[in-house]
Ligand binder design. Structure first.
Ligand SMILES: [Mg+2]
Length: 317
């Protein structure tokens, strides 16, 4: 792995001090310097060094103020600051550390000590940076993965796996809340003959349009349109008012007709149509996901039996 040279910024109003420190570090690090506070802040923003060695006694803006400004700026906040100063009483040290510095080195500086301390801080900084980078990468990968495992690639709707997961948790939630939970299953009428006649590319486009219709008409965050299988779709519709799911299914049926995708081989219409089975029920002990799916499936079967392109609402109780 290529390791970039780390950058040190030295801020000191005495050029001789800068020279000494520069000699210590120039072989191992890229050195930047400034001879007053405001230049130092400007260069810190520009170069975003890995470490700042900061003098305290400077005219105009002293080291404490420079440090506070660096710590207040989101661009430079993460940069570790070490005070290098002739002041050596405990109060000064405390003031330095409370203004945001991580360490405190007293002048005259001893080469081996300064080198080791700077090296340690820079190594820590490198590890922190690496960890941060890895954490961000991991987070992005996880997000991608979450989407992948939840999404149906063709339609962009929830996939079967995610549908199963949500149906299960919504049933549990409805059990606690006593709310109605509805499930809509729908199926494309004569989809096999559509594919045979228009080809699979057109078939895929048709499924994508259905995905769009489902997505556009399920506006609540809790509604979950999903691709259930080949040409079967589902909508989980929690906290529904009585009759709400039937109405939504009817709306979806009509929206699909308005899309007017020609279907020369359909026996029920000139365009692609959908059949719907709807179940609207309050969860009970025996009403698990399988019960909901079976009930909706039975209604869907009836819709197919009595002529397709319609909505059948399951009756029970
Ligand atoms: Mg000074």
């Amino acid at each position: 792995m290529h390791v970039e040279r780390q950058k040190i910024l030295i801020i000191d109003d005495t050029p001789a001090n800068i020279q000494i420190l520069n000699e210590f570090f120039q072989n191992d690090y890229d050195i930047f310097f400034a001879t007053n506070g405001s230049d130092g802040i400007r260069i810190a923003r520009l170069a975003v060094p890995d470490l700042i060695l900061l003098d305290i006694m400077m005219p105009e803006m002293d080291g404490y103020e420079v440090c506070e400004k660096i710590k207040a700026d989101p661009v430079t906040r993460q940069i570790p600051v070490i005070f290098v100063t002739a002041m050596s009483n405990l109060d000064d040290e405390e003031k330095g550390l409370t203004s945001g510095a991580i360490d405190y080195i007293t002048k005259p500086v001893s080469a081996p000590i300064v080198k080791v301390r700077v090296k340690n801080h820079l190594e820590l900084k490198r590890h922190r940076d690496m960890l941060e980078k890895l954490t961000i990468e991991l987070d992005l990968k996880n997000r991608e993965l979450n989407l992948l495992v939840r999404k149906d690639a063709l339609t962009g709707l929830a996939n079967r796996r995610y549908f199963d997961e949500i149906l299960d948790s919504e049933i549990k939630r409805a059990n606690r809340s006593g709310q109605l939970l509805s499930l809509i299953l729908c199926d494309v009428d004569f989809f096999k003959s559509y594919n045979d006649h228009y080809g699979h590319v057109a078939g895929d486009k048709c499924l994508q349009t259905i995905g769009e219709v489902l997505r556009n008409n399920t506006k609540r965050v809790s509604d979950l349109p999903a691709r259930y299988g080949g040409e079967e779709f589902a909508v989980i519709f929690p906290d529904t008012p009585h009759g709400g799911a039937g109405l939504l299914a009817e709306k979806l049926r009509q929206e699909m007709i308005l899309r007017a995708i020609p279907h020369a081989c359909s026996n029920v219409a000139e365009m692609v149509t959908l059949s719907f089975g709807v179940v609207e029920a309050q969860p009970a002990r025996e009403r698990d996901p399988v019960w909901y799916i079976n009930a909706a499936d039975k209604a869907l079967y009836q819709a197919k039996e009595i002529g397709r392109n319609q909505v059948i609402i399951a009756s029970f109780d």
